[in-house]
Design a protein around this ligand. Structure first.
Ligand SMILES: CC(C)(COP(=O)(O)OP(=O)(O)OC[C@H]1O[C@@H](n2cnc3c(N)ncnc32)[C@H](O)[C@@H]1OP(=O)(O)O)[C@@H](O)C(=O)NCCC(=O)NCCS
Length: 180
């Protein structure tokens, strides 16, 4: 539905389920994504989670298809869509470590932000990120997100407390960057 040089942002398909289920059970990955306790999930739990997300009118969920290989490599979404106040929360996940750090996250989020501010007419896109998730924070800053807040010691993990950061990007800031 949306396209970049290397990616297709499309609807989730039945054949994506098994791979997505594997990612949902990847401890290292989930600890980058979730502040809560990571727990194992059955295939039927993943399916139920997806059903909820995909049928939620406040969520727009894209699967990331790699054009050259046809592989399903990740997901991007806008959640808590608030059309009255024109804002939404952004989330991204690239499933396999070998697909990270190659710029696909940046490519996917650029086209998602064009869609959010253009097609959906949003004014603000925000996200939450664990302070130890350096690759993600670098990516958000590179796209122009500004750190808006810090929930100090919000998360306890591995015997230590960690901050959670709130980042936000406004439509005018995104457009000013895009026209540079
Ligand atoms: C965060 C994530 C979406 C980034 O996508 P990506 O395709 O890897 O991102 P990009 O390659 O476009 O950019 C990543 C940036 O982090 C840097 N980076 C890569 N690995 C890194 C590491 N281990 N430590 C610090 N920085 C790193 C890259 O060099 C790049 O920075 P640069 O633009 O300054 O060169 C992806 O890594 C991911 O899905 N991680 C697991 C799930 C997750 O953390 N989701 C976000 C939750 S808030």
């Amino acid at each position: 539905m949306l396209e970049t040089e290397r990616l297709r942002l499309r609807a989730f398909r039945e054949e994506d389920l098994e791979r997505f289920h594997r990612w949902r059970n990847d401890l290292a990955l989930m600890r980058l994504d979730q502040p809560g306790a990571v727990r194992p999930e059955r295939l039927m739990d993943t399916r139920a989670w997806l059903e909820r997300v995909l049928s939620d009118e406040k969520t727009i969920f894209f699967a990331l298809g790699h054009k050259a290989s046809g592989d399903f490599i990740g997901t991007v979404s806008l959640r808590n869509l608030d059309l009255k106040n024109q804002n939404a929360e952004l989330a991204i996940l690239i499933g396999e470590p070998e697909n990270r750090g190659r710029g696909v996250g940046g490519e996917a989020l650029s086209v998602l932000l064009d869609y959010a501010f253009g097609e959906l007419g949003l004014y603000r896109v925000y996200l939450w990120v664990l302070a130890y998730n350096e690759p993600a924070i670098r990516l958000y800053r590179r796209l122009g997100f500004k750190e808006e807040g810090r929930l100090r010691a919000q998360v306890w993990r591995d015997g230590a407390r960690h901050d959670v950061l709130v980042f936000g990007l406004l439509r005018d800031e995104w457009r000013a960057r895009a026209s540079r």
